[in-house]
Design a protein around this ligand. Structure first.
Ligand SMILES: *Cc1c(COP(=O)(O)O)cnc(C)c1O
Length: 412
């Protein structure tokens, strides 16, 4: 079911008309559908039910505790990239043995916290980091359950800012250094090597990139097992894309087929770290048109939401779908949809056709659940906006607006 549909000409989230939320909470705000979150989790987990697999939600995509809790209640674990995210996951009730810790540079304090909490796995990204994990674990009298993040040198064919699996990016251990890393894993008493992890990038459309990476991973498992290593786990990372404006995508079943074909018969316990795929289309940014500005060359619809609320268009050249909240059959004059922030890059996109939309009207920016609120800032002295969770016939504010007065209270 799509969570955001028109009923009687009004865009709704589940059974709640968006103007009701705008009225009660104010705009701009993020609106999530709990129904959609749950559906997305089930759709992801189901194809792997026959394998020994764990789906760990990549908390960084949308770290609101209520969102983590909704997914955890369906059975999701968590993939965290910092102590802050670990704290959020634990607070939301994710069992420690379902938490994996990724991230390029974990501090001693973070490693200590993770080990004391008894998490499922720490993914090491470099040889120096392995040494620190080993030291910290040994000092606590523990052995760290470890996976090595390998850099498979695979092109991800996504935006260069979110491509992570090629030689020359800062991520993972290159194949040339893997023998040294494996030797270290065997000798350091604080390390308990369980297996490998890969994450080749975010928002991938071409599942053949996964096929290549997972194929290489399977070969590595076979090779290192022959050399006497007991490798029981594979963490396949996240990165499965979702369709944004005007895009279509191969069915998720095709991704699942790639997993089964490449690593399904190794007898490894599998982990997945999806972020965008679970939350991306479960959230919208609800915003109001402040001004309909007819310039000489162009028409601008200026929203009350800006790049500080949703930075993906400015940062990744993303084009989100934008829908009028009140459906209208009129012809539309194209407009550039922009925010109020003093930056030319505060542009959601050019030449949108939004029938019936003018000054004072509400619009919804779709696919805003992932890397939306998560990446928000207070740039231009703006408050952090509220987040709202809709659940069938009810909704609640899951993060209040952080007023400027409150921010000033943190200063001086
Ligand atoms: C960002 C990230 C993810 C989640 O990526 P999505 O594209 O949102 O699925 C998973 N694992 C790691 C290590 C990441 O850095």
């Amino acid at each position: 079911m799509n969570a955001f549909t028109y009923r009687g000409g009004i865009l709704c989230a589940d059974n709640i008309a968006l103007p009701v939320i705008a009225e009660q909470v104010g705009t701009p705000c993020y609106v999530y559908s709990e129904t959609r979150l749950r559906d997305n989790y089930r759709a992801f987990a189901e194809p792997f039910a026959s394998l020994n697999a764990m789906v760990c939600y990549a908390v960084k995509a949308c770290p609101n505790v209520a969102v983590i809790r909704a997914l955890a209640s369906c059975g999701a674990g968590a993939d965290v990239t910092s102590a802050g995210e670990l704290e959020r996951a634990l607070h939301a009730g994710v069992a420690p043995d379902k938490i994996v810790f990724s991230g390029v540079a974990k501090t001693r304090a973070e490693i200590t916290m993770a080990l004391k909490a008894g998490i499922h796995q720490i993914n090491a990204e470099s040889i120096p980091e392995m040494r620190v994990i080993g030291e910290v674990a040994a000092s606590l009298g523990l052995r760290a359950p470890l996976a090595l993040r390998v850099n498979p040198n695979v092109a991800a064919h996504t935006h260069y800012k979110i491509s992570t699996g090629e030689m020359g990016t800062k991520f993972g251990i290159d194949s040339t250094q893997l023998p040294e890393a494996m030797g270290l894993a065997k000798t350091l008493p604080g390390l308990d090597l369980k297996g490998f992890q890969v994450h080749i990038g975010s928002h991938l459309f071409d599942y053949n990139n996964f096929r290549e990476a997972y194929g290489k991973l399977a070969d590595m498992v076979r090779d290192w097992r022959e050399q006497g290593f007991d490798l029981s786990r594979l963490d396949l990372g996240g990165g499965v894309g979702i369709p944004y404006d005007g895009q279509t995508q191969a069915p998720f079943g095709d991704y699942a087929a790639v997993v089964h074909a490449t690593v399904g018969n190794l007898g490894c316990e599998l982990a997945f770290e999806p972020g965008r795929r679970l939350v991306g289309d479960a959230g919208v940014l609800l915003t109001q048109v402040m001004y309909d500005k007819q310039g000489t060359a162009k028409r601008f619809l200026i929203l009350d939401a800006g790049m500080n609320d949703l930075i993906r268009p400015a940062m990744y050249e993303a084009r989100h779908s934008i829908w009028p909240v009140r459906e209208c059959a009129d012809d539309a004059q194209p407009a550039d949809v922009v925010g109020p922030v003093c930056e030319t890059s505060d542009l959601f996109g050019e030449f949108y056709l939004l029938p019936g939309v003018g000054q004072g009207d509400l619009v919804a920016i779709l696919q805003a659940g992932a890397y939306g609120a998560a990446m928000a800032s207070t740039y231009n002295g703006r408050p952090l906006i509220p987040e709202v969770m809709v659940s069938g016939d009810t909704f609640r504010v899951i993060r209040k607006r952080i007023s400027v007065a409150e921010q000033i209270g943190w200063e001086e």
